[in-house]
Design a protein around this ligand. Structure first.
Ligand code: SAM
Ligand code: 2KA
Ligand code: SF4
Ligand code: MG
Length: 210
């Protein structure tokens, strides 16, 4: 259990339950191919059955870490920092993102949008989930909508979510990894028939990089 002082620092975003941080290539979506420093914050209660990082869900397994230390590490690497999780918006992202921007780093987030939007963001990638729908404030501010396609019903969900984002938000369909052989051909057909969408692949998994 964390003590009261740590709890308060976490509440202020001055400490965060850090699962891992790593320098790699953004594998997905609009910024695919861009060298990026990933910060993975623990904690998520959305419960996607196909989640590829279930070890992130329990925040208590990830040590509360000084946000300033996270920023110091990040600035040694790329110009672009991707905050992911877990669900990063479960925590107050204001302090972390302000500090990153002060260091002239670009702040990108990967989020389900299920929690209040905190932080200052250069890029918001919204990947909405049926179990816990995104809040309007996140849909309104998304730069990129990335819907995971596990089965045919997900195309309908994707269109419903697309109707909630801005007209300049980029639209991506990404095959759920374990079902990719079945769904990728359907996504290819869908994108050819509905070219407002693009396909996003988890290219880091094909490249065998983090
Ligand atoms: C692990 S999540 C963490 C951020 C946030 N909780 C979210 O879901 O956006 C990072 C990205 O991976 C996607 N993702 C997770 N599991 C996946 C899987 N099995 N196949 C394809 N994409 C997956 C999510 O939809 C999200 O876009
Ligand atoms: N290379 C790489 N790109 C990614 N894009 C989104 C990721 C994530 O887990 O949020 C991710 C990830 O885990 N690795
Ligand atoms: S919202 Fe993101 S981290 Fe949470 S279970 Fe779903 S894919 Fe995993
Ligand atoms: Mg990932």
């Amino acid at each position: 259990m964390v003590d009261t002082k740590t709890k308060q620092l976490i509440k202020e975003g001055k400490m965060l339950p850090l699962m891992e941080e790593f320098y790699t290539i953004q594998g997905e979506g609009s910024h695919t191919g861009t060298a990026s420093y990933f910060i993975r914050i623990g904690g998520c209660d959305v419960g996607c059955h196909w989640c590829d990082v279930k070890e992130s869900w329990n925040a208590e397994l990830h040590p509360p870490t000084n946000t300033d230390l996270i920023v110091q590490n990040a600035k040694k690497y790329a110009k672009t920092v991707v905050i992911t999780g877990g669900e990063p918006l479960m925590w107050d992202m204001s302090f972390l993102t302000q500090r990153l921007q002060e260091q002239n780093l670009k702040t990108h987030i990967e989020t389900s949008g299920a929690y209040n939007l905190t932080g200052v963001w250069d890029w918001i990638c919204l990947s909405p989930k049926k179990n816990k729908l995104p809040l309007k404030e996140v849909s309104d501010n998304a730069n990129e909508l990335k819907v995971i396609i596990f089965n045919k019903d997900d195309f309908k969900f994707a269109e419903a979510q697309a109707s909630k984002v801005n007209s300049n938000c980029q639209l991506f369909l990404q095959p759920e990894w374990s079902n990719r052989e079945k769904m990728t051909p359907m996504i290819v057909d869908y994108v050819m028939n509905n070219p407002q969408w693009k396909i996003s692949l988890q290219t880091h998994k094909y490249l065998n990089i983090p």
